[in-house]
Design a protein around this ligand. Structure first.
Ligand code: SAM
Length: 244
């Protein structure tokens, strides 16, 4: 059965999301590679190229919904020894996988924090940059999360968000729809024994605002110089916004 997602109260929506990532935490990284054909790596690398963390001055970075640390590691590898990354996620299981993956490689340049994107446990203007990658669509109240992103950024700070988008190339859209509705849940069942979390995933992609609508939400939260770049025929969009 499908989650009747639009009728689910917001707090229950978060509970559903938490169940999904609790179930898949240990296999999350394998699933990511399988389902995107490895493309998620290229998308994340494009985000980090766009961010260009400085190599020779302090840089405080916050990666929200950071899960198993994939984005954080890339930011740390691209930055210098004064680059510090805080990985925040609502799900302790995902963070545990991230801690295991990090090992002692980055020392105290990486910190894992359990918390909610809608109520960040940080002071105002603490961070130079904020990223959220394939995470914002899971947050029940996106406007709250964007207000929090704005609050914790310094003036001149930047938000980058990578999220699934809407394929609008004729022909490709039908293939993508068939792929996401059939292949993704099937692969999910093969690897984790359960297709349901992946039906939820596909459904949440379908419901996420268009890049234009999401850009408006960023502006409403106070961000300026808002722009986005579609990638891979619009399968994903990279959004950029500044706190000026
Ligand atoms: N950013 C990682 C990546 O791209 O590999 C993980 C993305 S994963 C699809 C989505 C993550 O969002 C999960 O780890 C989940 O626990 C987290 N999440 C869901 N709701 C959240 C919330 N309200 N606050 C913080 N994190 C949340």
């Amino acid at each position: 059965t499908h989650f009747g997602f639009s009728e689910v109260p917001l707090d229950e929506k978060q509970t559903l999301v938490n169940d999904v990532f609790h179930k898949v935490a240990r296999r999350y990284d394998v699933m990511n590679d399988l389902m995107s054909g490895g493309l998620h790596r290229a998308w994340k690398n494009a985000l980090v190229s766009s961010l260009r963390p400085p190599r020779n001055r302090p840089f405080a970075h916050l990666d929200v919904a950071g899960g198993t640390g994939d984005v954080a590691f890339r930011v740390l590898d691209a930055g210098g020894d004064q680059t510090r990354v805080t990985v925040l996620d609502i799900n302790g299981d995902m963070l545990e996988v991230g801690k295991d993956r990090a090992g002692t490689r980055y020392g105290d340049r990486i910190t894992f924090v359990a918390g909610n994107a809608e109520a960040l446990p940080f002071g105002d203007r603490e961070f130079d940059a904020y990223t959220v990658v394939f995470g914002i669509r899971n947050v029940p109240r996106i406007d709250k999360a964007l207000a929090e992103a704005y609050r914790v950024l310094k003036r001149g700070g930047r938000l980058l968000c990578l999220e699934f988008s809407h394929v609008d190339v004729p022909g490709a859209d039908a293939i993508y729809r068939a792929y996401s509705f059939n292949v993704i849940p099937a692969v999910g069942r093969m690897v984790t024994g359960d297709a349901e979390p992946y039906r939820y995933l596909v459904e949440s992609i379908r419901r996420f605002p268009t890049p234009q609508a999401f850009s408006t939400m960023l502006e409403d939260a106070g961000f300026r110089s808002v722009s986005y770049r579609p990638m891979t025929l619009g399968v994903v969009a990279l959004h950029s916004a500044w706190k000026l």
